[in-house]
Design a protein around this ligand. Structure first.
Ligand SMILES: O=c1ccn([C@H]2C[C@H](O)[C@@H](COP(=O)(O)OP(=O)(O)OP(=O)(O)O)O2)c(=O)[nH]1
Length: 161
């Protein structure tokens, strides 16, 4: 999937939020923590690791919204480090077990945060692609959900969230 439109939308949203909230500091590390928190929320909604429980996954739409919250922060972190020329979503990792996917994604995000290179950035995207594949989310579905949440984020700012 082409990422250029997503980067452009994210850049506009980030600029709007930072102007609106009068952000002056470097928020790379805060966005990094935000991504890890979103990833944990996503894992929690899938309940993939809850071997002690019989309750199933949350609704597909709920999980997809958590997923695109992560995509917002992943894009945003790339923009912060001037890596927004990444054109295509890198190949997803070949792993189908959600628990392994989440553990691998946490590690890849942490590696990117300690060394924000393009190679590490691509690796994080590949792990996120693996999660989408395992969840059977198509790129169009991810794109639509991203656009919808992007608009919600503007609405929230405008409402003084
Ligand atoms: O610089 C920023 C800051 C935030 N966001 C977006 C990403 C995500 O889509 C949303 C934050 O996540 P969420 O909607 O879960 O916000 P929250 O404050 O954690 O929500 P809640 O209080 O409902 O848990 O804001 C950006 O895109 N850029």
């Amino acid at each position: 999937m082409k990422l250029q439109n997503l980067f452009a939308m994210q850049e506009d949203l980030d600029r709007f939020i930072q102007t609106n909230r009068e952000v002056k500091e470097d928020v790379f590390r805060k966005k990094g923590l935000a991504l890890l928190v979103e990833l944990a929320e996503l894992a929690n909604e899938t309940r993939c690791f809850k071997f002690w429980s019989t309750k199933g996954m949350s609704e597909r739409s709920v999980i997809l919204e958590e997923y695109v919250d992560s995509i917002h922060f992943l894009l945003s972190l790339g923009i912060e480090k001037g890596l927004d020329h990444l054109e295509l979503w890198p190949e997803p990792v070949a792993e189908s077990d959600l628990t392994e996917l989440f553990l691998g994604t946490f590690k890849a995000v942490q590696q990117f945060l300690s060394e924000p290179s393009m190679a590490n950035y691509k690796e994080a995207w590949s792990w996120y692609g693996g999660i989408a594949l395992a969840m059977e989310y198509g790129y169009d579905e991810v794109l639509d959900a991203y656009i919808q949440k992007n608009q919600t984020n503007y609405d929230r700012q405008n409402k003084g969230y």
